[in-house]
Design a protein. Structure first.
Length: 436
């Protein structure tokens, strides 16, 4: 083991030894290298005359660049767009995102979390999280209706076992009994469990209520108190798009943070959907642990291990993308413009709810609960989902996603409100076509 990694582990063990038990073997061995990086950082501070450490090209005291490239970058200097960003992310963006996190999550008040580490989108954040916390054979608990890419990242690439519970009760709420049974079952067999919570959820567009969220946290805390280490991971990709009053309008990460020394909360979020910049690929990883004497030092160690995982995979996320997001966050009217876009999506969601549950479709499908995010799902009564998907695409030019034998996912985020009635009429016509 590298001596830097050993020292980081000692610092973590001094404050909370359970965290070391939770880290994957890769996580235990991760560190942020010194060498060239630290020497370049020192030179940046002290080499006032000539600095020959940086692996970029410069000329006439500035960053070498092609005019044709910079013509497409409006308002940002080459230093803030073309150069390498730190593997941790640019400091200003990390600080701004953390400050915004406290504004968006009131339950974090009085708690300390780590400084977010920037990733190349939330998908990369999931992969980095898995490097740090998941070993082959570890169990990841998640609902039976889930984003398909979890399987590729966690099961195929990391060798984890995905253990699923039924998402909804017959009445339509989050299935707390099934969740508790699954968590209890896996905790009885293992020293560590990983629980992945994705709200608003892809593919169903469901966010738990405040009451449901409180119970989820209590269940995980009880397991931790019982002697099982819990890595509680929140995928907050669609954060902020909440359309009903009773839903939890902050990340469940804020409720999990600080609950127990055997419970570490890991938050994955990003500008992707929150700022409507899907292709910029700016995500974040943030940690929340129980308070201890050297909490700041533990966070520093976790940030270095996480940045080491970034360094060892993609080196760093795009400096240009990070600078664009930071500049937007500092622009007057930023929050108001986000809220305006959110209202457009809320209007679409409300219209989808009204139309999709029209009694005249009742013989064809039922609607899964949805109250947030980009998506909703219908459960077909007597029609194969994939057969219907292909029929709608080939016959009517309508594209949807089939999930298993019975479910269709509708991304209302990309459908204008005036087209919603036509969409569900067409789906219904497709069902009738196949029945006939």
């Amino acid at each position: 083991m590298n001596e830097i990694a050993r020292q980081l582990n000692k610092e973590m063990e001094r404050g909370n030894g359970y965290l070391i038990e939770m880290l994957s073997e890769i996580g235990k061995n991760l560190f942020f290298p010194k060498g060239i990086l630290s020497q370049s950082a020192e030179a940046k501070l002290k080499a006032h005359r000539i600095n020959g450490t940086i692996g970029i090209a410069k000329e006439e005291g500035g960053i070498m660049h092609l005019p044709s490239i910079m013509e497409s970058v409006d308002g940002l200097l080459p230093e803030n767009s073309l150069t390498y960003a730190p593997s941790f992310g640019i400091p200003g963006l990390r600080k701004a995102w953390k400050e915004a996190m406290y504004e968006k999550n009131p339950s974090l008040s009085g708690k300390e979390v780590s400084l977010p580490v920037v990733t190349c989108g939330i998908t990369h954040a999931i992969s980095v999280m898995a490097d740090v916390w998941i070993d082959p054979g570890d169990v990841v608990i998640l609902p039976d209706m889930m984003w398909g890419n979890y399987n590729l990242i966690l099961s195929v690439r990391k060798g984890a076992t995905l253990s699923k519970f039924s998402l909804f009760t017959e009445e339509g709420g989050f299935n707390l009994d099934a969740f508790q049974a699954k968590v209890t079952e896996e905790a009885a067999r293992r020293d560590k469990i990983i629980v992945l919570l994705n709200f608003p959820l892809n593919p169903t567009g469901y966010t738990v209520t405040r009451t449901e969220a409180a119970r989820i946290v209590d269940i995980l805390e009880d397991v931790a108190k019982g002697g099982t280490n819990v890595v509680a991971v929140t995928d907050d990709a669609y954060f902020g798009l909440f359309y009903e009053e009773e839903v939890l309008k902050e990340s469940i990460f804020s409720l999990l943070t600080g609950r127990h020394e055997r419970l570490v909360a890991v938050k994955m979020d990003g500008a992707t959907k929150e700022d409507y910049v899907w292709g910029l690929r700016v995500g974040f990883l943030t940690y929340g642990i129980s308070a201890c004497d050297n909490q700041a030092a533990i966070y520093d160690a976790l940030e270095k291990k996480t940045a080491g995982a970034v360094r060892g995979s993609i080196s760093n996320a795009s400096h240009l993308s990070q600078s664009i997001v930071l500049k937007a966050m500092q622009t007057p009217g930023y929050q108001e413009s986000k809220e305006a876009k959110g209202e457009i999506l809320k209007a679409r969601a409300n219209k989808v709810g009204e139309v999709s549950m029209d009694p005249r479709y009742a013989d064809a499908w039922s609607v899964y609960p949805f109250n947030s995010g980009y998506f909703m799902c219908i459960r077909l009564t007597n029609t194969d989902a994939e057969t219907l998907r292909i029929h709608l695409l080939d016959t009517y030019g309508v594209g949807l996603i089939s999930l298993g034998e019975t479910d269709l996912r509708v991304a209302f985020s990309c459908i204008d409100i005036q087209d919603i009635r036509e969409l569900f009429d067409t789906i219904y016509k497709g069902v009738q076509d196949l029945a006939g």
